[in-house]
Design a protein around this ligand. Structure first.
Ligand code: HH2
Length: 294
């Protein structure tokens, strides 16, 4: 196995107990952490158009912290199926005023949900301390170096195809095995680029190039993903596979379905759940953790 700039690759990576997010230290492995979603987009499938005004976005972020969010994930580009790609200038125009409104003293770590290196770099300069990349560093060749130089944690998410193509004909023989192998390779790629093993998290990418049954199989087999050695992030919140299961209900009516998925993810050892409904899901993980983790 190859070498990183800092020495030998860590394999198997020791599942990190503590994430270093700037001035914050996030303890993993005890209770499940709750990441609140703050989309600054006109077209996100659930909260699109709600947080375009920085003061409104800040108020929602503060509310989510009050409700139990351990981190806030700010995104300026919808990645729902068929979403139009957003030019870098537009993504910056959306997220930077919000990051500035949150300010350097915001009480929990802020992550940036982007696959563009320029957006990540500017967001880091504005105080972000975690990068959430739905392309697992494949979307922009400059991204691995930006994350490595900043020394921040990164979420590597699995996807098949792009938002424009991913739901056309997703296909797997054994989705859990394939996603696990893919994320293991993505983690190795990140380490080779100089990102510390202990700063890497992985995410199965529910809804990203998956049929409803693939999402269920992945949720059922989180232990396979934990075998990568990296802490696992899971994002089932209000996604369409829940709507399909519940007879075609819209995003606002998928909260209880989200709760079931979040409880099962927490019980199987997910490190972080990424959710819209922070107040409800903070309660869900508290009970699921108490039962499953004691
Ligand atoms: N899902 C979405 C966006 N980013 N990041 C991670 N790590 N995991 C996910 O499952 C994930 C993600 C899509 O959801 P959302 O942000 O609510 O919608 P949109 O992409 O329409 O903004």
């Amino acid at each position: 196995m190859g070498k990183t700039s800092s020495g030998l690759l860590e394999w198997p990576p020791k599942s990190s107990r503590t994430l270093a997010c700037g001035r914050f230290r996030l303890a993993l492995g005890g209770r499940t952490l709750v990441m609140g979603i703050l989309n600054v987009t006109p077209d996100s499938f659930s909260d699109g158009g709600q947080h375009l005004e920085p003061s409104v976005a800040r108020a929602r972020a503060v509310q989510m912290v009050d409700e139990g969010a351990d981190l806030i994930d700010v995104g300026g580009e919808s990645t729902r199926p068929d979403a139009a790609p957003v030019p870098v200038e537009e993504e910056l125009r959306r997220v930077l005023p919000v990051l500035r409104a949150l300010g350097p003293d915001f009480p929990v770590p802020i992550s940036i949900d982007t696959s563009k290196a320029v957006v990540a770099r500017e967001a880091l300069a504005a105080g972000v301390t975690l990068v959430n990349d739905v392309t697992a560093l494949r979307g922009d060749p400059a991204m691995p170096a930006v994350v490595a130089q900043a020394g921040v944690p990164v979420i590597l998410m699995h996807s098949q195809g792009t938002p424009q193509t991913m739901q056309q004909d997703p296909h797997y023989t054994d989705v859990a095995a394939e996603v696990t192998a893919w994320l293991t390779a993505a983690g190795t790629h990140a380490q080779v680029a100089g990102i510390a093993a202990g700063q890497i998290l992985v995410d199965p990418g529910l809804g990203f190039g998956k049929r409803p049954e693939h999402n269920l199989q992945l949720l059922r087999a989180l232990d396979r993903l934990l075998a990568t050695g990296y802490p696992v992030v899971v994002g089932p919140s209000r996604k369409s596979f829940l709507g399909v299961l519940l007879g075609g209900v819209g995003p606002e009516e998928r909260v209880m379905g989200t709760a079931a998925a979040v409880a099962l993810a927490a019980a199987q050892g997910a490190a972080i759940v990424r959710v819209h409904d922070v107040k409800a899901m903070a309660q869900v993980v508290r009970v699921a953790d108490a039962v499953a983790r004691g």
